[in-house]
Design a protein around this ligand. Structure first.
Ligand code: GLU
Length: 315
């Protein structure tokens, strides 16, 4: 029997969802539903300082306003769908890696990490030099008395290849393009890379659809799936939406927020229809409910380049 498709929405409640987040959510929903699958909603509130419960609530309302329903999770699914409550599980996974001697403490300061001559990884972050990997036990002991360390995962000289459902074959050399990466920050917070893999695996997610900005994180995540022996889901990344000025949308762009569009009198279907037009699924930016778009969905129609909002699209 074929496995049922389980997709997901994974918003970070650090602000209101912007049109780009909603564009990506629409494609995640269509991709799962066009295969007869389901969607779960997980709240990625690992960053305790920036996350607010009211944004999680608002994210649900915004998705629901657009008709982007979920079959499992969210507030109705209980505390287990909020990453802030899943620390014990992440802790267990870290303990497994520590047992296998794959982790080491890193005491480097932000300034050291961003040294001007550090080579840059595919995501723009500096590739870690590996400095703390070489510390002796005595050095670790001494440094630990002064600072609490982050925990890094040792990566091998291995190239990870995977077929992205939209961008095709992607490959990344872990050592050269990424370097040893952080799984727990020095302030004790679990890293996104660990939590997202842990949860997508535990929740049975079979396909991950998200913005192209996370494409370069995917090889790291696949490496983690393999280390833990978890089945690797399929991945498809979406182009990003850009403002009329060509900049990436952010949670601060209020003039094209859902509220501003609603105040102009647009309905949920007006907005999903316009997003579907931007995605190449409709010839005109006419109103269309997500359900009506299911038969029209195909990754072949979706542009690869990032998409600029324009009056032609009605945004
Ligand atoms: N929580 C992330 C965000 O809101 C998405 C992570 C993911 O889809 O893997 O940007």
């Amino acid at each position: 029997m074929e496995q049922k498709t389980i997709g997901r929405f994974a918003p970070s409640p650090s602000g209101r969802l912007h049109l780009g987040n909603l564009f990506c959510s629409l494609l995640a929903w269509l991709s799962a539903k066009s295969k007869g699958g389901e969607i779960l909603l997980r709240i990625e509130d690992l960053d305790r300082e920036r996350s607010r419960p009211e944004y999680a609530e608002q994210a649900e309302q915004d998705l629901a306003f657009l008709g982007l329903t979920w079959d499992e999770g969210g507030r109705a699914g209980g505390p287990g769908y909020f990453q802030a409550n899943r620390g014990e599980y992440y802790e267990e996974l870290l303990a497994q890696l520590a047992e296998r001697e794959l982790l080491y403490p890193c005491f480097c300061s932000r300034a050291e990490l961003h040294a001007a001559n550090a080579p840059h990884a595919s995501d723009g972050e500096a590739v870690y030099s590996g400095k703390c990997r070489k510390l002796s036990a005595a050095e670790v002991k001494e440094l630990s008395e002064r600072r609490s360390p982050a925990l890094r995962l040792k990566v091998p000289k291995e190239t990870i290849c995977f077929p992205d459902g939209h961008y095709g074959k992607i490959s990344q050399n872990l050592e050269r393009d990424c370097g040893d990466f952080i799984l727990r920050r020095s302030d004790g917070a679990f890293a996104y890379q660990l939590a997202v893999v842990a949860d997508d695996a535990a929740m049975g997610v079979t396909e991950v659809v998200r913005g192209r900005d996370l494409l370069s994180s995917t090889p790291r995540q696949i490496y983690l799936y393999r280390l833990f022996g978890f089945p690797v889901p399929e991945f498809a990344h979406t182009p990003l939406l850009l403002g009329p000025d060509g900049r990436r949308l952010s949670k601060r762009d209020r003039d094209i927020s859902l509220d501003a569009l609603r105040e102009k009198g647009l309905s949920g279907e007006d907005i999903t229809g316009r997003l579907a037009f931007l995605a190449g699924l409709l010839d005109r930016p006419e109103a269309a409910a997500p359900k009506e778009l299911i038969p029209l969905f195909s990754w072949d129609k979706v542009p690869k380049e990032d998409i600029r909002l324009s009056p032609e699209a009605g945004f």
